[in-house]
Design a protein around this ligand. Structure first.
Ligand code: HEC
Length: 453
């Protein structure tokens, strides 16, 4: 039996050097059809719910073939083969979009993470935009980043030119997982419930869970190339959804004991997304396919052809790019979004807002109530702590050889001088470390707001 390389924990997997990786193998797992078996026959994705009862996912299990066989896959109902047509979707609501500028310069990559938004600019520099809108430059050069996954408390994982890069506790570092991965990572998904990290490469599908790395190879189902989305529920359990070639299927359970189910054949998905309801969405041939948590698939047609989707399991919102503008789905309602921002979609944030970029800036777009801009920095909350931590040692009440600079009025009076010396690194003097870019931005913001107490 193949041995499995074990990592103590996901956080460590992101950052710690890997000892003895070379000697060990990655375990290959062939997920079996789920024991329920209900979902195992390719589903009728047509919309006529009367004639597909015998193969419906929650239908009578008696007539179902519990094995995934190539024969089963021939039975594929498709838009051409299905007698019933798609459900025509009309607007039930009109969403009004608001936009917020997050950064007044463009970016090539953005990932909303627990600490803020990770950004890469055209020069390859990585930074973190915090909740207050301040940008902190991050150390390290990792080449172009293509994609990433927010692993919640554990941090974030980025993939790009130089392999996998972990972002943990404010630091970037190459991940030892890279040593096991020869091909670039093309898709990633994270399952918070079981702390599962899924990676799709040119070679196959990998799962990192509980310190082990598995190569996932379901019999007779393609894994390359794949689009991944996590959170669509199979019998109530949030699962990984794979869209590969013309198949869509789910993987449920734990690493060594995964089952494959909810297989549909004949849907070559351009994009795949899950939402907070556990619904799975696929963009196929300009139409939208929806799998509800009861296992029912619907074939939906919007007024204009559907392209890219943006959804995530933490959010009830689904953003839908169509040939004729942006649509959105939430709480069972579809509708166009008015006043959308142009540019490329980068990521959906947990609150259902979209982060995107154009030639000039990085934006956030949402619908509904517009968020209040973050309050400006104040002396008591933001500036005095910097002064106390970094300056009063020499500029405090008993300052010798340096001017007193520890009161709000003193800072206000000498603000330009202060900004000058902290920006060029002349102050503070050792032993105090220089101020990071977020602190300097806070001082600038405090000045711009008129020195609030
Ligand atoms: C280790 C001691 C030390 C620390 C810490 C320190 N300073 Fe100074 N600073 C001095 C001394 C000494 C001078 C005056 C001598 C000089 O000009 O080099 C000075 C001068 C200045 C001046 C006057 C500018 C100038 O060129 O004379 C400003 C403004 C200033 N400090 C701001 C700060 C701020 C803001 C901090 C904290 C972020 C800070 N300093 C931290 C020692 C320190």
């Amino acid at each position: 039996m193949a041995s499995t390389h074990r990592y103590p924990h996901l956080i460590l997997a992101l950052l710690l050097a890997c000892s003895g990786c070379g000697e060990q193998m990655v375990e290959t797992v062939h997920p079996e059809p789920g024991d329920v078996g209900l979902d195992m026959t390719p589903l009728d994705v047509g919309t006529d719910d009367t004639d597909d009862t015998d193969v419906g996912p929650q239908g009578d299990a008696g007539g179902l073939d519990a094995e995934l066989t190539p024969d089963a896959a021939e039975d594929v109902p498709s838009d051409t083969g299905s007698a019933s047509g798609p459900i025509m979707i009309e607007a039930q609501v009109t969403w009004d979009a608001w936009e917020l500028e997050l950064r007044s310069a463009p970016a090539t990559f953005a990932l909303p993470a627990a600490e803020g938004i990770l950004i890469q600019d055209a020069e390859g520099a990585l930074s973190l935009l915090d909740d207050q809108g301040f940008e902190i430059t991050l150390e390290g050069e990792f080449g172009a980043i293509e994609l990433g996954a927010d692993l919640g408390e554990s941090g974030s994982l980025l993939a790009g030119e130089s392999g996998l890069v972990g972002f943990v506790e404010g630091q970037l570092a190459s991940s030892p997982l890279s040593e096991h991965i020869d091909q670039p990572v093309a898709a990633m998904a994270y399952g918070p419930d079981a702390d599962q990290l899924w990676l799709s490469t040119g070679d196959g599908l990998l799962l990192h869970e509980d310190g082990a790395l598995y190569d996932i190879a379901p019999e007779d189902l393609p894994t390359v190339p794949a689009r991944l989305a996590h959170g669509g529920r199979v019998d109530g359990v949030p699962s990984l959804w794979v869209a590969s070639q013309s198949s869509i299927y789910a993987l449920t359970g734990a690493g060594g004991d995964l089952s494959v189910s909810a297989w549909v054949e004949g849907l070559a998905a351009l994009d795949l997304a899950c939402d907070a309801d556990g619904t799975v969405w696929a963009s196929v041939n300009g139409d939208l396919y929806r799998r509800s948590t009861d296992g029912e698939w619907d074939w939906l047609r919007l007024p204009s052809p559907v392209g890219e989707l943006a959804g995530r399991a933490e959010s009830g919102a689904l953003w839908i790019a169509t040939a004729d503008g942006v649509w959105r789905h939430q709480d069972g309602q579809f509708g166009p979004v008015e006043g959308t921002v142009t540019g490329e979609w980068l990521e959906l944030d947990t609150d259902g807002t979209l982060i995107g970029v154009d030639d000039e800036r990085v934006w956030r777009m949402g619908v509904g109530e517009e968020p209040l801009p973050p309050p400006p920095p104040t002396w008591t909350e933001d500036i005095q702590p910097i002064s106390e931590a970094r300056c009063v040692l020499c500029h405090g009440p008993g300052a010798l050889g340096a001017d007193q600079m520890y009161l709000r009025e003193q800072w206000e009076e000498r603000i330009d001088e202060i900004l000058f010396v902290v920006s060029n690194g002349a102050m503070p003097l050792p032993p105090n470390p220089v101020l990071d870019s977020a602190m300097i931005a806070q001082i600038e913001g405090w000045k711009a707001a008129g020195f609030p107490e």
